[in-house]
Design a protein around this ligand. Structure first.
Ligand code: PBG
Length: 355
């Protein structure tokens, strides 16, 4: 008996319904409009609030801070309106403001007085980051202090590792990173976060920390860190632009999603306690895939260029800054991030408080 073309299409639709493929957890419902009217639950803020799937909490935010040895007063960063480099002397006051808004943590970057070929000021006991950690811990002991572990702010060539014959040396860099992380832990850092993208750095840091009595210091790995144009404003803020070439021989190719999963898998195997995807907005698919596969805490870095874009549009009156910012952060969280590293942290925390 011949099947009509209509029936064939119906059967095919039933067995290959796209919703099945996207998420087997969403039950298939018979019928539709007018029985189903999704607008019923959107009619008032009370109803919308009840069915909201994603909410932002200031405790999920991590606020990046630039601490410089070269200034005595806050130095505003031109390409990041509202953000500044801070002298060590101001950092306790800033930390108190961050804590009072309920923001979960700060992420420290250091700008040293002296740079050299191997970035030796990265592990100086009197470095900007080390001093800032002690100042914050004295003023607001409950505020979580995370430190960025990388060489690029400290090397004269601006690369994230030791350079020989024009190439960043992987294995020799590991020892330098381990020294830096140990120095941060010794100063009192709660979490260390390697952002260099050398292979094997998580294992190197874990081993060094464990052997020196810091087996309880967690590692937040910048696991899937892409070679991104969106780091431009940060390099002005951290004075860390590479003096030759670029970072594509160690940071990831923006085209690669499956490779990002391998990076995450290896970092977990080496002992990462938390992992990160960076930047956030062009990589929300990567974030969602990591979330689907692993249960450990997942951070997204809403980077300097993402911040600058939104600020620039808002300053021109092209976007409503508050709504666009909260929508952006909600989207990052909905995609799978537990934690969001963001320069918007203080503004967003204030707006969330105001309701
Ligand atoms: C250091 C580092 C960078 C960022 C965080 N850690 C810059 C880079 O890799 O060039 C970028 C953060 C941002 O753009 O907000 N390696």
């Amino acid at each position: 008996m011949a099947i009509s073309e209509h029936e064939t299409i119906t059967q095919r639709t039933a067995t290959h319904a796209p919703a099945d493929e996207i998420s087997p957890r969403i039950p298939q419902v018979a019928g539709g409009f007018p029985t189903q009217r999704l607008r019923r639950l959107r009619r008032s803020e009370g109803l919308r609030r009840m069915v909201r799937e994603t909410t932002l909490d200031p405790a999920d935010f991590i606020y990046p801070l630039f601490v410089s040895e070269n200034i005595t007063e806050a130095a505003p960063i031109g390409s990041m309106p509202g953000q500044s480099q801070w002298p060590v002397s101001a950092i306790a006051g800033v930390a108190e403001r961050v804590a009072s808004l309920g923001v979960g943590a700060v992420l420290l970057f250091g700008i040293p007085a002296e740079k050299d070929e191997i970035g030796s000021s990265a592990w100086s006991e009197h470095g900007a980051v080390q001093q800032a950690i002690r100042a914050i811990k004295a003023a607001t002991p409950e505020l979580v202090v995370i430190t960025d572990v990388c060489m690029c702010e400290y090397t004269s060539h601006g690369h994230c590792g030791l350079v020989r014959d024009g190439e960043v040396q992987n294995d020799e860099t590991l020892e330098l990173l381990a020294r830096e992380a140990l120095s941060h832990a010794t100063a009192g850092a709660d979490i260390v976060a390697p952002s260099d993208m050398m292979d094997g750095r998580v294992a190197a840091l874990r081993e060094a920390l464990d052997s020196q009595g810091f087996s309880q210091t967690p590692i937040l790995a910048y696991s899937a860190k892409f070679a991104s144009a969106f780091y431009g404003p940060f390099r002005e803020a951290a004075e860390s632009a590479p003096q030759f070439g670029d970072r594509r021989a160690y940071q990831m190719d923006p085209a690669n999603g499956r490779e990002a999963l391998r990076e995450v898998e290896l970092d977990i195997a080496e002992g990462a306690d938390m992992v990160m995807v960076k930047p956030a907005l062009p990589y929300l698919d990567v974030l969602a895939r990591v979330r689907d596969r692993w249960g450990l805490p997942l951070a997204a870095y809403n980077v300097s260029g993402e911040y600058a874009m939104l600020k620039a549009a808002a300053a021109n009156g092209w976007l409503d800054e508050r709504r666009a910012t909260l929508e952006t952060l909600t989207g990052i969280k909905r995609a799978g991030a537990d934690l969001i590293i963001t320069y918007h942290a203080l503004d967003a925390a204030r707006w969330l408080r105001e309701g």
